[in-house]
Design a protein. Structure first.
Length: 596
């Protein structure tokens, strides 16, 4: 007993479910691939931004630390003592007008060279100070608490620089003068007398670092943190795991990690400037994925709409199949030995019409079936006769041309003999084995033979020059690509009372062979040329049948990339070029000849 197959309805349901599964898989694949692409792009761009920002910000810090060394150049046997050290030894710098003037000019010169510097301050050991600010046009005096931790530490460090972040200014005892700044302090120390002369402070406004970050950040929501010399220096977000930063980087130049802040997820890109200094750029995870979710939402809407349309089409398809089949089943039930009912094929799907037509033919009278069989047999015989005719006609034409050739040669009419011979050779080349490929050498040779045949009509008004690289003459190609181009050049380019020069150029370009036919004839008007290009690409019927034929044969044989290209200047030249793939064959000989 044969196993009963599943119904069409069940199969259509299975196809629908399969479509749903495919859409879900496609949605997941798009989502994951887009998310991975967004992450890679984010990481690459942010690492690059961190590298640029590190170069800027640590250059500011290194320059400030280097500048802080200047007052400490104390007298030795070669270098005289700096004017700052001299003034500090003399004391009471606030009333030393010459010193203050020199200090102001010197500071403004340094600030002009280093735009990140905001203030430069020099302190005496009694706490009195003179400072110069970028935003002000004079020097000013100030005072510090001698018991301030930073002042005491600077004296004890005996010339070593200390970088103090904004978050530690209040605890170190700095006044409002330094709010929102990074301060580099260094003791002006005389090593020969083991004597501290004063304290020098270089101030960087953090706004310069923030502005530098705004210029390189990838997204508006990004924040940064700077670790300098193994300690936190400046941070736009809460981050207490500075020690973990170096552990996450070792031994890499950059790294990416997931961080949490205020119960939100962030992506941190860590970039190491040197062994003890890093930059961290923090981005909300939502900012990285928001664009992807928008794209995925659009994809989800499109897929959902596609599914709805697909289900509607499946229902219509199901009804369009089942309803006609019910009509056909009813007709079979009404069939008897003497009654053969027919079924109307009106409003039937195109695919079902042959089935109903076959049933209706089966229900017709036997004599009609016999007559139909006879008509089919006659049509088959006619087809066979036509095939034989198409095989006989070319053979008959070749034999006739050969008779003309021999008769003309016998009568010493050598021009007619040559014309008949060339025409026969040309027809044999074009009509026999049309799918066979030939070498470029053969194609050029046949083009030259065609020009010899044409010259009997045009005389010396038409000339053909061929140039081909010797290395490509053995390459294979389809037949009759060059002759239609030459024929088209003569038909449309030849002008009354003028000669026409046609140049055929063949060369190799990478993996392609370029065939180019150039003439100096009438040219093609720009509007006609534009219309011709559009028609060639669209597949519409064009006046230049030869060009259309070559264009379609190239694309059908080799693919859409291979086609005919046309350029022209009226009354100057027309260039028709085509490319085809480089395919090896055998034999290689140089070719460069003239035919007119």
């Amino acid at each position: 007993m044969r196993k009963r197959g599943s119904s069409i309805h069940a199969r259509l349901k299975a196809v629908t479910m399969l479509q749903v599964i495919i859409c879900v898989i496609a949605f997941l694949f798009i989502s994951i691939s887009k998310l991975a692409e967004a992450y890679r792009t984010y990481e690459q761009n942010t690492v690059q931004a961190a590298a640029l920002y590190s170069a800027d910000v640590f250059s500011m810090l290194d320059n400030a630390v280097e500048i802080s060394k200047f007052p400490g150049l104390i007298n030795n046997t070669v270098t005289p003592q700096t004017y700052i050290a001299n003034a500090l030894q003399q004391g009471n710098i606030q009333e030393n007008f010459d010193f203050c003037s020199d200090f102001y000019l010197n500071c403004k010169s340094i600030m002009a060279q280093y735009p990140s510097l905001d203030k430069i301050v020099i302190y005496e050991l009694d706490g009195s100070a003179v400072y110069v600010s970028r935003s002000k046009a004079n020097y000013y005096i100030s005072q510090t608490n001698l018991e301030a931790p930073w002042f005491i530490t600077a004296i004890k460090n005996r010339g070593a620089a200390a970088v103090i972040p904004p978050s530690a200014l209040a605890a170190e005892g700095f006044g409002p003068l330094f709010d929102g700044s990074i301060v580099i302090t260094r003791c002006v120390f005389n090593p020969w007398k083991l004597q501290a002369l004063g304290v020098y402070a270089v101030v960087i406004d953090t706004a310069a670092m923030e502005n530098a970050f705004l210029g390189v950040r990838v997204q508006n929501e990004q924040q940064f943190a700077i670790d300098y010399d193994g300690r936190p220096l400046l941070a736009g977000f809460e981050n207490e795991n500075y020690a973990d930063t170096f552990a996450a980087l070792a031994p890499q130049k950059s790294a990416t990690r997931i961080a949490t802040q205020d119960k939100k997820l962030y992506l941190d890109v860590l970039y190491r400037y040197n062994a003890n200094s890093t930059v961290t750029i923090r981005t909300p995870l939502s900012a990285v994925t928001s664009t992807i979710f928008e794209i995925n939402l659009l994809a989800l809407i499109v897929l959902a709409a596609t599914l709805v349309v697909f289900i509607i089409l499946i229902r219509k398809l199901f009804r369009s199949i089942i309803t006609p089949l019910d009509r056909l089943t009813s007709a079979f039930d009404r069939t008897t030995g003497t009654t053969f009912p027919t079924v109307s094929s009106a409003q039937l799907p195109e695919d079902l019409q042959p089935v109903f037509a076959a049933y209706n033919r089966m229900s017709e009278r036997i004599d009609i079936l016999v007559n139909e069989g006879m008509r089919k047999d006659m049509a088959q015989r006619e087809t066979e006769l036509q095939l034989l005719r198409t095989q006989i006609n070319p053979h008959y034409l070749y034999n006739t041309l050969e008779c003309i050739h021999m008769r003309a040669y016998t009568n010493r009419d050598y021009d007619v003999a040559s014309m008949a011979e060339l025409l026969g050779s040309n027809l044999q080349y074009g009509l026999r084995d049309t799918t066979q490929q030939v070498t470029l050498r053969t194609e050029i040779k046949k083009a030259q033979e065609y020009m010899k045949l044409i010259s009997y009509h045009y005389g010396d008004r038409v000339h053909l020059t061929t140039h081909a690289d010797a290395g490509i003459l053995h390459c294979r190609m389809i037949k009759l690509l060059l002759q239609p181009l030459i024929e088209n050049a003569i038909q449309h380019g030849l002008q009354p009372d003028k000669q026409l020069h046609i140049e055929l150029l063949a060369y190799r370009a990478d993996d392609d062979i370029i065939l180019q036919v150039t003439d100096d004839g009438a040219g093609i008007p720009s509007k006609v040329l534009k219309s011709l290009r559009v028609e060639l690409e669209s597949g519409e019927t064009v006046n230049a049948i030869g060009l259309r034929n070559v264009h379609r044969r190239l694309q059908l044989r080799y693919g859409e990339r291979y086609k005919v290209n046309i350029s022209s200047v009226v009354n100057q030249s027309t260039v028709v070029s085509l490319n085809l793939p480089y395919m090896e064959a055998g034999g290689t000989h140089a070719l460069s000849s003239d035919a007119g």
